[in-house]
Design a protein around this ligand. Structure first.
Ligand SMILES: Cc1ncc(COP(=O)(O)O)c(C=O)c1O
Length: 346
């Protein structure tokens, strides 16, 4: 059983059916198709506002393109030190923006705090022309530590950012998991709390390869169209990407899938809490569980066929830490098999 990531899964039946349906007949290309028009309608209804939505095929592209539309080449983008943009995108945000610099800030639970943003911007401004210029902040929702910013936390961070003249980007690779946790509307989780641009993930939660840049400020759309083309993410057969996102968003598939994966992570964390040799090291609010286990237990689990990633242990941890990720198609029996194996190995 594979708990290494939520992208080790296939795709939801509804998404596959939508692709098959989109396959019939001819359609205009490069986003001028009916599914792409429908996607704008569906997303606008879901987020309760007029917006522009541009599908791309990877989260890296969504993040890098979104940030490139928000910052100048001499801009500073503040992010958490564990942010995917910082650690896992091979410099794509810097490349796509023509040189903007990511500045990583440490903070507990994977969450940036308003005061550290204020301090970092003050430091930059004090250094004048010599420092990259504060331009944007990016927050991951859910975070890379599987925690979820509350609406209030997003609101306070975003209003601080705006007061400082920064744009606010949200890396929503696990946006559905976060909204499922918060129980609020997608609008409340984003633009109503001050988010300017969202990278909306779907691949980890039931799509085949579909993510999107969601612009709550539609004046950015024209520029982003060019940037997307230039990056090679303007699919000629865009209908196949848009159809996936329509199927994902128009019913409650996105939320249903996220609720399932979150519930499985909660089941896993609850089970691990009953095993003396296992210690869950971060609060579980979405679909990731970070657990400290003796190395010999991890080795035994892997020998028994379970996959999961080594993770960086927080300061002071006495045992190695591992990341276990659940997904929309994780079943209670899968979690229970893992728990049994941990008990046996321990
Ligand atoms: C927080 C976060 N952002 C973005 C991504 C998107 O990455 P990719 O470019 O692999 O689709 C991921 C995937 O692991 C992620 O965890």
């Amino acid at each position: 059983l594979n708990f290494a990531s939520d992208n080790v899964t296939g795709a939801s039946a509804e998404v596959l059916a939508a692709i098959v349906k989109a396959n019939a007949g001819t359609e205009d290309s490069y986003g001028a198709d009916a599914a792409s028009a429908r996607l704008t309608e569906v997303a606008s209804r879901l987020f309760g506002c007029e917006l522009a939505i541009l599908p791309v095929t990877t989260g890296t592209a969504a993040n890098a393109l979104a940030l490139s539309a928000l910052v100048p080449p001499f801009g500073a983008v503040y992010c958490h030190e564990t942010a995917h943009v910082m650690t896992d995108e091979c410099g794509a945000p810097e490349f796509f923006s023509g040189g903007a610099k990511l500045l990583a800030l440490p903070a507990p639970h994977g969450k940036l705090a308003p005061q550290q943003l204020t301090d970092a911007v003050a430091f930059a401004r004090a250094n004048g022309v010599h420092h990259v210029q504060p331009a944007a902040v990016t927050l991951s929702q859910a975070t890379e530590w599987g925690t979820v910013y509350t609406q209030d936390e997003i609101g306070r961070l975003a209003s601080t950012a705006h007061r400082l003249g920064l744009k606010v980007h949200m890396d929503g690779a696990r946006f559905a998991n976060a909204v499922a946790r918060l129980g609020c509307t997608p609008a409340a989780a984003t633009w109503q709390s001050g988010v300017d641009v969202l990278s909306l993930g779907a691949t980890k939660n039931g799509a085949l390869a579909a993510e999107a840049v969601v612009l709550f400020d539609r004046s950015l759309a024209a520029e982003l169209e060019f940037r997307r083309k230039r990056s090679g993410h303007l699919w000629s057969k865009m209908r196949f990407l848009s159809a996936q996102l329509v199927a994902y968003l128009e019913s409650d598939l996105w939320l249903r899938n996220a609720r399932q994966s979150n519930a499985m992570a909660a089941r896993l964390a609850d089970g691990l809490a009953t095993i003396a040799t296992a210690r869950v090291v971060e609060v579980v609010e979405a679909n990731e569980v970070f657990v400290a286990l003796p190395a010999r237990v991890a080795t035994a689990l892997r020998a028994a066929g379970f996959s999961f990633l080594d993770w960086l242990a927080p300061a002071g941890a006495s045992a190695p830490v591992f990341r276990l990720v659940t997904s929309y198609d994780t079943r209670p029996a899968d979690v229970d098999s893992l728990l049994t194996a941990v008990r046996d190995a321990a």
